[in-house]
Structures are given as C-alpha cells and as structure tokens.
Ligand binder design. Structure first.
Ligand SMILES: C[S@@+](CC[C@H](N)C(=O)[O-])C[C@H]1O[C@@H](n2cnc3c(N)ncnc32)[C@H](O)[C@@H]1O
Length: 362
C-alpha cells in the first residue's frame, strides 16, 4: 500500500493511529489490510495533503457525511486547477522580475509580493490568527447593520472573525492558507474572489465584507458584485479620501509615512459608497480593541514592537523590511526617551478613536 501510494509505511501507521485512514482489517500475521474504500479515503487524504491542508482539517473534510467520493474528486480537481493557475502566474511574475534584475532595475517589496498575485495572504496568512479575532463592539455594529438578513455572504472571510453565529452564512475566501485556518464548524467557504462572485443575482439576503476591500484588485468591481448577489450590503473599510487622512494616526504620521503610498490608488469614499448605493457611518476604535488590525493599538504603542502583532497585519509586509525596521526602531527609541508620551499626551484621555474606519451600509 505504501509503495502504491508513494508514502512511507510510517505515514500509513500514523494515519491509522490518529484515525485518519484506518484499514478495515488485519491479516492473520497482523498486517494492515486495506479494502477498496480505505484506498479511496487514502487517496482523498493524500490529495488534500498535497494541497497543503493540515491533518485536522483533512479529517473534517473526509469525514463529512454530505461529501461522497465524486464530490471529493470534484473539489480536489478545482483546488488543483486553482493551484496550477497560480503557479503559472507566479512563473510569469518571476520571469518578469528576472528580466528587470538583468536590466539592473530593482523592484519594490510590493512588486516582489505581486509574484503571489492576489494571494498576499498565501504568504502572510499563517501569522494572522495570533492577534486577529472578533472585536465584539465592532461585530455588534456589523450584525446590527445586517438587519433581519437570514442568509449572509461573507466576502474575503479569512478565518471568519465577524461571521454571525445566528444566521445562515456562506463564506468566500480566495486564499487556501486562510481557508485552512477556519475553525472546525465554521460556515462553508467557497474559493473565489470578490470581483467574480460565483452566485446568481440576489442569492443572499445580505453580503458583508470586513477589513478586506483594500486587498481587492478592483474594489469597486467587488462591491458591485456584492450588490448584485445580495439585497443588503455591509462593508467595514477605510476612508482614505478625507484631507490629511494619513496624518490622523501617529504611527503612520511619525514613523511609517510609507503607509500613505499603499493606498495611493484607493477609490474615494464616495466611489465606494456609490458602488453599493449606500452611505458611510464612522466606526470608532476602542482603546482596548481585541482585533489586532493596523490601528488597533493606537493607545497601546508598545504592542507595535511585538513581531507577532506586526506579522498579522499586511501593512508591515507591504512596506518592506527596511521601512518596518526604521519605524520600529524609531518608536522604541521614542517610547524609552518619553518622546512618544510627550507627543501623544492627549490620547490617554480617550476611550475610542476616530481613525477613518467606516461602515458602509446599503
Ligand atoms: C485582513 S483579512 C480579513 C479577514 C476577515 N474578513 C476578518 O475580518 O478577519 C483580508 C482577507 O481578504 C482576502 N482577500 C484578498 N483579496 C481578495 C479578493 N480579491 N476577494 C476576496 N477576498 C480577498 C485575503 O485573502 C484575506 O483573507
């Protein structure tokens, strides 16, 4: 069996021990005897393994009573095709960078990450759950805005931090790394992008998107797609169009000016609300915000010195290691000299901050 499947005997024993692939019988001599059904199951396990799924998640997949062998083959095929296309896009991007380097042109960190196409989260996603989770006060605002929607589509769902537990949720997430980190029992998740939602018009009562629109290749197209497939749309995003927006947060203003450049081509708030035909409401960030997004630690500056905090926020990977190191060194110096406290003295008096977070509702 090991020889046929191209795995070690130890692997087969391990799968047996953890209950992932248990042979139906033993020979008189004590050897494991694999029946046709066991072979089918082993093939599924190895297929998902090859795609990078963890053993725990594979167990959930292959034990799902609603998925038969044909459904597994279809799913595996879809995932493999997606992986092949992504590999082809990476080869093209690498060729482009090799050409640029041969001509002596240096690429920016962001261009280097484009090697991964839209899948920045394939690279940084595994660090996400360390500090990213539901912030209950923000979740309450989102769930309120969903109104009485029963069926909800969560676009750019990630690990599902803001999925309401009392509704019928379908998630959409393009990154396999993020999908694999969804907790057991989370809503079913479709591999797709906001710009092309694989659903009929008006399929859902509501569509939501949280902290994801700024990652989409075409934010307006994605929002229009949400509008198309759902009767109500709720989006948590940023207003980067009001004058002086980059100056409102001390971290980008004093330590990481590169942040502004990341949202250079970002549509205005009017374009974003226009795409869904709705309005924007400010969302204040509590001083003890549980979800560790970029601005979350506005009153807890020491947090930004922690590598785990930074790795769970895409901004730090997108600005590149040099800017990150400079910002962290500068902040560390100012914290120990008391300069940060002096400059930001007024912050301690606030329990929540207006840093451009907006809830778009339509
Ligand atoms: C900061 S995470 C937010 C995840 C989740 N919504 C939350 O609030 O925890 C951004 C997510 O957007 C996803 N994403 C990136 N490009 C996307 C696209 N074009 N369409 C849909 N999702 C996308 C990423 O893979 C990532 O999981």
């Amino acid at each position: 069996m090991a020889e046929l499947a191209g795995v070690s005997v130890r692997t087969l024993h391990h799968y047996d021990e953890i209950g992932l692939v248990r042979p139906s019988a033993r020979t008189a001599g004590g050897y494991r005897a694999y029946a046709a059904g066991d072979v089918e199951r082993l093939r599924e396990v190895l297929g998902y393994r090859r795609l990078g799924f963890g053993l725990r998640e594979i167990a959930d997949l292959v034990d799902d009573p609603d998925t038969d062998a044909v459904a597994h083959l279809r799913r595996l095929r879809g995932l493999l095709v997606e992986q092949r296309d992504r590999a082809a896009a990476m080869v093209t991007a690498i060729d482009k960078e090799l050409e640029a380097r041969a001509l002596g042109i240096r690429t920016t960190p962001e261009e280097q990450l484009q090697v991964f196409g839209a899948q920045l989260y394939e690279v940084i996603g595994s660090a996400y759950p360390a500090t990213r989770c539901t912030e209950p006060r923000i979740a309450a605002r989102i769930w309120d805005a969903l109104g009485d929607a029963r069926t909800v589509l969560n676009v750019g769902a990630g690990t599902g931090s803001y999925e309401p537990g009392d509704r019928d949720v379908t998630a959409v997430e393009p990154s396999a790394v993020m999908r694999a980190q969804r907790p057991a029992g989370a809503a079913p998740c479709v591999a797709a992008s906001a710009e092309q939602l694989p659903f009929e018009d008006g399929s859902f009562d509501a569509a939501m998107a949280v902290s994801t629109v700024h990652h989409w290749q075409d934010a307006v197209a994605g929002l229009r797609e949400m509008r198309r497939v759902a009767r109500r749309v709720v989006v948590l995003t940023y207003d980067a169009s009001s004058p002086g927006w980059a100056q409102r947060f001390w971290l980008s203003r004093d330590y990481l000016p590169e942040f502004e450049g990341l949202l250079d081509h970002w549509p205005s708030l009017a374009d974003l609300t226009g795409a869904i035909g709705g309005h924007a409401e400010p969302v204040l960030i509590p001083w003890d915000c549980a979800d560790g997004f970029f601005e979350a630690y506005w009153r807890r500056p020491e947090a930004y010195l922690d590598e785990h905090v930074r790795r769970a926020v895409s901004v730090w990977s997108r600005v590149g290691p040099e800017a990150e190191q400079r910002a962290v060194d500068g902040l560390r110096d100012d914290l120990s000299s008391g300069r940060w406290a002096e400059r930001n003295r007024d912050l301690v008096a606030h329990d929540a901050a207006e840093l451009g977070l907006r809830l778009l509702v339509a």
